[in-house]
Design a protein around this ligand. Structure first.
Ligand SMILES: [Zn+2]
Ligand SMILES: [Zn+2]
Length: 138
């Protein structure tokens, strides 16, 4: 990902839009229970960016404190999950790859929280597997 490239994304209904103007990490599939509940999907795929490089270009998300020191932002209108932030990495914010306009550009490079993975999920088994979080991905 080039550092000068700008990536944009937003929710299902289009009321909330964001813009990323800095480097984007490699994507990771998260298998944790909280991502699963929040999204209703078996796995949520994330990229991590610097907080300072993300701005809301349209509307503003609602925020849910999903656990101690953690916040999940989503569209209050349509419910799309957009970001995850934890006080453990205050300068970073995770963005759902599925909300990006060009998700095909963000090929996942790892799995996190495989200790919570559903037994019937079979995704990219050649990628590194982490039983819990790795820095930058809760
Ligand atoms: Zn929406
Ligand atoms: Zn997760």
């Amino acid at each position: 990902m080039s550092e000068t490239e700008v990536f944009e994304g937003g929710c299902l209904c289009g009321e909330v839009r964001y813009r990323i103007t800095g480097p984007v990490s490699q994507a990771a599939h998260c298998h944790c229970n909280m991502c699963r509940r929040a999204s209703g999907a078996p796995v949520v795929t994330w990229v991590s960016v610097k907080m300072a490089d993300v701005s809301w270009s349209k509307g503003a998300p609602a925020v849910y404190p999903s656990s101690e020191g953690c916040e999940r932002a989503f569209c209050a209108e349509c419910g799309s999950q957009l970001t995850f932030h934890t006080d453990r990495y205050p300068d970073d914010i995770d963005i759902t790859v599925g909300s990006l306009d060009r998700p095909e550009f963000f090929e996942p490079a790892s799995h996190v929280w495989t200790s919570s993975a559903l037994p019937w999920i079979c995704l990219d088994e050649h990628l590194p597997m982490h039983e819990e979080s790795t820095p930058g991905f809760e």
